[in-house]
Write a protein of this length. Sequence first.
Length: 181
Amino acid sequence: MSLGPVIAVVGPSGVGKDSVMRALSARQPGYRVVRRVITRPAAKSEDFEPVSEARFEQMQLEGAFALHWRAHGLLYGVPARIERIREGARGVLVNLSRGVLGEAQARFGDMITVSLSASPDILARRLESRGREDDADRSRRLARAASPLPTGLARVIELDNSGTLDATVTTLLDRLQPESA
């Protein structure tokens, strides 16, 4: 059975990575979403498995992650079952940190990076509306918004998500079709 590519969705906080992934997989079920493990309490805006740091470290020792990293004071992990999810999929969407893209490409091989952006005022409004960060955290996240992607990535699709979610997903599907054919 063929393995679908890993589609690493990256971008600054508040750009809508999880919304784009959910909408894409809802519109085209051949695209599957991988649910990350994060050491943060559950949140309505993001679908992940919340765990304590102790549990995360135990899972890491047990080999539960295909990829893991630390960012924003939290631990993030992509479950090892991603390989099973790739079987027969058109593509497997996963929200990643820009800092682990090189490692992810080496680990997964067939990978497409979708780099989302949005205007600074939209990012600021989205961050404020989700209510997860204080003013200082929001300022730090906005300052990092323009961080570049690492060099050497095989396939990159850059999209502005300042408009409607539907428009972003339509454009992304158009750009993915030749990539995943």
